[in-house]
Design a protein around this ligand. Structure first.
Ligand SMILES: [Cu+2]
Length: 298
């Protein structure tokens, strides 16, 4: 009996240690360390849903242990009812509470998914900065139509200013994700999706493709840099000085499969390039066009 108790105590200690270690790791998780209002709202929603679900999870764990102890073979005090078949009380508890929680979670998620609609413009300092994003094998191209510049694997913008992204893919489906700033959204050939994000203060973040897209996928990261207005202006000036220009020819070279691309800049961009990338996949032999360039939403 004593050996059995010691084994349980040891197992309990091991589990507690694992929870503590995992907890330390969680604090460094990008999702739990948001740096902008959208990512913060998403983290709060994650926690709210977690707390609501604990209403079921905690009693189930407690009751499981309590039942196992109370109805153990050696306890002659507990009621013994081998022909038990139905209980309105038990049925009410096991159906009503989960049903109420599903309804509560549904309301919570319905409200937040509309509030955090990736197509909905967000509040911030000044008008939104427009950036066009193209997923390639295996890198990310960012086109700044107003500034006439483009960058590879680096997305820079002023802190505090909303960034309005138009996203497409020139290859298979990719997924655009900057965990510390906004939720993920898919990038699909012949179509356009949108995402709004904002960084509260200057900082460096990691962006990635979160949809497996082939052998170069593991290196398909990009730098996300939020800068002070002065630093952003300097960044634009530096990018404009880059000798390379992005036109149909240089674009084709860039779009070819490559891995671990260094950050690169294009001092000029052929107007309409982004639209032409989407258009390539439409038409009779193209991909379907839901939400694509042919039918832009919002
Ligand atoms: Cu599709």
């Amino acid at each position: 009996m004593i050996g059995w108790r010691r084994a349980v105590a040891r197992a309990g200690l091991a589990i507690a240690a694992a929870v503590v270690v995992a907890g330390c790791d969680l604090r460094h998780s990008a999702v739990l360390d948001p740096k902008g209002p959208i990512a913060l709202a998403e983290r709060d929603l994650l926690f709210d849903a977690f707390y609501v679900m604990l209403i079921v999870v905690v009693p189930v764990i407690v009751l499981t242990l309590w039942f196992a102890w109370r109805y153990r073979a050696s306890n002659t005090q507990a009621a013994y009812a081998p022909s038990w078949s139905e209980s309105v009380r038990v049925d009410a508890v096991v159906w009503l509470i989960p049903a109420l929680i599903v309804i509560a979670l549904g309301v919570l998620l319905w409200r937040s998914t509309h509030k955090l609609d990736p197509y909905r413009p967000i509040e911030g300092a000044g008008t939104a900065l427009e950036v066009q994003v193209v997923a390639q094998d295996w890198k990310w191209l960012f086109i700044y139509p107003e500034q006439g510049i483009a960058s590879v694997n680096q997305l820079a913008f002023p802190a505090g200013r909303p960034v309005s992204l138009r996203i497409t893919s020139d290859t298979v489906m990719n997924s655009f994700y900057v965990p510390q700033l906004a939720g993920q959204i898919y990038a699909m050939a012949g179509m356009q999706t949108r995402l709004q994000m904002l960084a509260d203060q200057p900082g460096k973040f990691v962006g990635r493709n979160s949809q497996y897209s082939g052998s170069g996928y593991s290196d398909q990261h990009f730098e996300v840099v939020s800068l002070s207005q002065a630093d952003y202006d300097a960044w634009v000036t530096r990018a404009k000085q880059a000798p390379a220009r992005l036109d149909a020819g240089t674009y084709a070279a860039l779009a070819a499969k490559s891995r671990r691309n260094p950050v690169a800049y294009y001092g000029g961009v052929e107007p309409g390039l982004y639209e032409s990338i989407i258009a390539r996949y439409s038409g009779p032999h193209g991909h379907h066009a839901h939400g694509g360039a042919a039918a832009p939403r919002r």
